[in-house]
Write a protein that binds this ligand. Structure first.
Ligand code: CUA
Length: 334
């Protein structure tokens, strides 16, 4: 008899674990902070509720059948119309449920297709193995692995890829959207409250797929406009700074960093790696892999392959003095 209770018990355990996940550091799509993600979460809960009720009813029917047979014996079993049971429970009710679910799915898809209001601006995101190039075309600047948006306003996001297929996903803000080389897909972002939301690559794209993250910083309108204006400016002139910053800039150019990285307003105009014009203002380095601190930066420059094996940046074994100068220069790029 004990075996009969294993299924309901298992079901209860699954329910319990499903309801208690979503905490910790991982962004949860069940903790939405924007209208698009709220719709997706709503659909998930609807499907979960329907599946839960059906599962419960099936279990009750199973229990009823078990007790009926054991409790009342063979004589108690009344004949019933099997065809009618199959038509009602095997065809009619499932068809009705699927029809309702299909309707809700279509409505959600339609809602996700276009922003609820005119977008405040457009951001282009280009995926690379394994980082995110973020362009603000109207303001003519580029940044990396960090997207700033104004709270409560929608922005249009045009995504594409430079190499393989990636997928742009901020679980608390939007649905997933694939990024294909040679094709541009369009989505939108909107946050309903200020905060920093983690974004991930949601399509396996090679060795460092798991270390291809970014952040979306949603801030009040005035703060966002200040950020936008600051990002549009070129970097401070290293010659005017002098000292270790100037020497750091010379190390930056001399160590061929500038072949891959651009710093607007200087001779560095590389296009292969992230634009570093306002690098010091970013929260993370190496696409969300490490907090942007001086120590992490030193480790990254001298041992990038140890931190993110296979990434496209070679390690630069600089002498201690040049490294300190280079760090001073990079940290001056606010
Ligand atoms: Cu990019 Cu996975």
């Amino acid at each position: 008899m004990n075996i009969h209770w294993a299924w309901p018990l298992g079901f209860a355990l699954v329910l319990l674990t499903s309801c208690t996940t979503g905490g910790g550091n991982a962004p949860s799509l069940l903790d939405p902070r924007g209208p698009a993600a709220s719709r997706v979460a709503g659909l998930i809960w609807l499907l979960f509720a329907i599946a839960g009720v059906i599962c419960l009813l099936v279990l009750l029917a199973l229990l009823w059948a078990l007790f009926r047979r054991h409790g009342q014996g063979e004589n108690a079993a009344r004949p019933f119309n099997e065809n009618r049971v199959i038509v009602i429970f095997g065809v009619a009710i499932p068809a009705l449920i699927l029809f309702v679910v299909y309707g809700f799915s279509l409505a959600t898809t339609a809602y996700l297709a276009a922003p609820p209001s005119n977008p405040r601006l457009t951001v282009n995101v280009v995926a690379h193995q394994w980082w995110w190039e973020v362009q603000y075309p109207e303001q003519q600047f580029a940044t990396a692995n960090e997207i700033h948006i104004p709270v409560g306003q929608s922005i249009q996001v045009k995504v594409t890829s430079d190499d393989v297929i990636h997928d742009f996903w901020v679980p608390q803000l939007n649905d997933k959207i694939d990024m294909f080389p040679g094709r541009t897909n369009t989505t939108w972002l909107q946050a309903s409250e200020p905060g920093t939301y983690r974004g991930v690559c949601a399509e396996y794209c090679g060795a460092e797929h798991a270390l291809m993250n970014f952040v979306v910083v949603a801030e009040p309108s005035a703060q966002f406009e200040t950020w936008l204006t600051a990002q549009s400016q070129p970097a401070l002139q290293p010659a005017a700074q002098g000292g270790d910053i100037l020497r750091g800039y010379q190390a930056f150019i001399g160590s061929s960093c500038s072949y891959c990285h651009a710093v607007k307003g200087t001779d560095a105009a590389g296009k292969y790696g992230p634009d570093l014009t306002h690098f010091a203002g970013r929260e993370t380095i190496a696409a969300g892999t490490l907090p942007n601190t001086r120590g992490n930066l030193a480790g990254w420059i001298t041992n990038t392959q140890g931190i993110k094996p296979g990434n496209r940046m070679p390690a630069f074994p600089l002498d201690a003095r040049s490294l300190q100068d280079l760090l001073a220069y990079l940290q001056s790029l606010t």
